[in-house]
Design a protein around this ligand. Structure first.
Ligand code: UD1
Ligand code: CA
Length: 453
């Protein structure tokens, strides 16, 4: 779209019902602050300039709102005098002159770019105000859209509505687009003579019409407009977000055996033909390439699992874990900041941190990279085709060469060259027949105790 647009995001609400020490819009949905979901939708709609109206935590909220593609300017609304008053807090931004001024709320994290695009299209087609409405069977509390001959003639707030107006089920989402050339003129005409004594943004409908403007409403899905006022609603919004994203991924070719037990982050990327078994949790920054398999009960965050690699069951991949093609990380393993080479196997009960493991190496059960001395972190490098015997401790910094072999139970503190065999444990001694003597002594002690009683 060629028209310029400013998005004004209202987030100065007091969040009383969240009973929280931080602003409501900072609470995360799918691992990302609510407000960032809104600015991401704004960015997807091709809108780069955001005026953010805040009442508290201005710096934090502005920082959380800054996603790729938008530039965010915070405006403080010191007194909370209503939605019309809130938009005017961003007056300096509106005065810069935009073709369109979009108003949205900061607590609608399920919003997508679609309603914004539809509303802006209707504005471009000749309207002066376009309100985004939704149909609902629970209209209580919302402003009602009063329509006549295809035009929106008023939005009536619940408290100001007559009985017949309350029966209307087409409701105001609060989101709208206003002709940028007329926005300020309209906004400055909003008064506060109503049941709540607030400056209602919704009055802009009648004001625009009184000034010869055309006002229409466009429809959007109720689910996208779900707001979030308390923790129960936060959990509901999370559930709706998860359901929507899982469905998208499955439609794109991801297999989920029990999707309702898989938890995604806002940026979880999963390729075609990947299989995600039950009870898997993705933190931010997970990339699962096509054909990878994530077995049940894994926790994966900031990690990449390449094509054909398998993880779990019961594995934890922490930030910086990168599994190359065909690599395997099995049960009760934790991997952090480590490259696991092509076809390498880390199958059982192992911690790999700050490490590089070459292709086709085999890391035995119970291997630990000792990467931390209590002060500093150090790196373990393992070449390709190496074999680390079970229950080995690799004390970093240390390097194990290509094709090297570490004997089980070793504590490795020095580098092992290519193709070398390293023992780092006490040598075994065998005393023929000595077990008999040990056993006889034990039996004698037992008999003496019994006689003494
Ligand atoms: C508003 C609409 C109502 C609509 C509903 C949808 C008005 C008068 N009413 O009602 O028609 O159906 O939203 O949810 O606009 N805010 C500020 N500063 C203020 C007041 C509000 O930033 O001074 C922000 C809030 O943080 C919130 C949003 O604006 O994000 C809506 O405010 P709220 O008080 O919840 O409006 P409602 O009374 O629910
Ligand atoms: Ca509300």
């Amino acid at each position: 779209m060629q028209r310029s647009c400013l998005a004004v995001i209202l987030a100065a609400g007091e969040s009383t019902r969240m009973k929280s020490s931080m602003s409501k819009v900072l609470h995360p949905v799918a691992g990302r602050p609510m407000i960032a979901h809104v600015t991401a939708a704004v960015a997807s709609a091709g809108i780069a300039d955001v005026a953010l109206v805040v009442g508290r935590d201005a710096e934090k909220v502005a920082a959380a709102a800054s996603v790729e593609g938008v530039s965010v300017t915070p405006f403080l609304q010191a007194e909370r005098l209503g939605t019309g008053h809130a938009v005017l807090a961003a007056r300096a931004a509106i005065e810069k002159g935009y073709d369109d001024v979009l108003v949205t709320y900061g607590d609608v994290p399920l919003i997508t770019e679609q309603p914004f695009l539809a509303a802006r299209e209707a504005l471009a087609a000749g309207a002066d105000v376009v309100v985004i409405g939704f149909h609902t069977d629970k209209p209580t509390g919302y402003g009602r859209l009063l329509v006549k001959d295809g035009e929106l003639i008023a939005i009536r707030e619940e408290k100001d509505a007559t009985e017949s107006e309350r029966a209307v089920t087409w409701c105001n989402s609060g989101l709208m687009v206003i002709n940028g050339g007329k926005a300020l003129d309209y906004l400055l005409q909003i008064g506060n003579k109503n049941a709540k004594g607030e400056y209602y943004l919704t009055d802009i409908v009648e004001i625009a019409r009184a000034n010869g403007g055309r006002v229409v409403a466009v429809d959007a899905p109720e689910a996208e407009l779900t707001g979030c006022n308390n923790r129960a609603e936060l959990a509901m919004v999370e559930r709706l977000w998860q359901e929507r994203r899982r469905t998208e991924l499955m439609v794109e070719g991801v297999t989920m055996v029990a999707p309702e037990t898989v938890f995604l982050s806002y940026d979880t990327a999963i390729g075609r033909d990947a299989v995600i078994e039950p009870n898997v949790v993705f933190g931010p920054g997970a990339v699962i390439e096509s054909g990878a398999i994530i077995h049940a009960f894994c926790h994966i965050e900031g990690a990449r699992v390449s094509s054909g690699a398998t993880v779990g069951p019961f594995a934890r991949l922490r930030p910086g874990a990168n599994l190359a093609e065909g690599a395997k990380v099995g049960n009760y393993c934790e991997v952090k900041n480590a490259e696991i080479g092509k076809g390498a196997k880390v199958n059982h009960l192992t911690y790999i941190g700050d490490a590089e493991i070459g292709a086709d190496s085999n890391i035995g059960a119970g291997t630990i990279t000792c990467n931390y001395d209590g002060v500093n972190k150090a790196k373990t490098k393992i070449g390709h085709g190496a074999f680390i015997g079970s229950n080995s401790s690799l004390v970093a910094p240390v390097a194990i060469g290509d094709g090297a072999y570490v004997a089980s139970g070793s504590v490795i503190t020095e580098d092992v060259p290519d193709d070398a065999l390293a023992f780092g444990r006490a040598r075994q001694e065998v005393k023929p027949g000595r077990a008999v003597a040990v056993r006889e002594r034990a039996l004698a002690i037992k008999a003496a105790k019994k006689a003494g009683r």
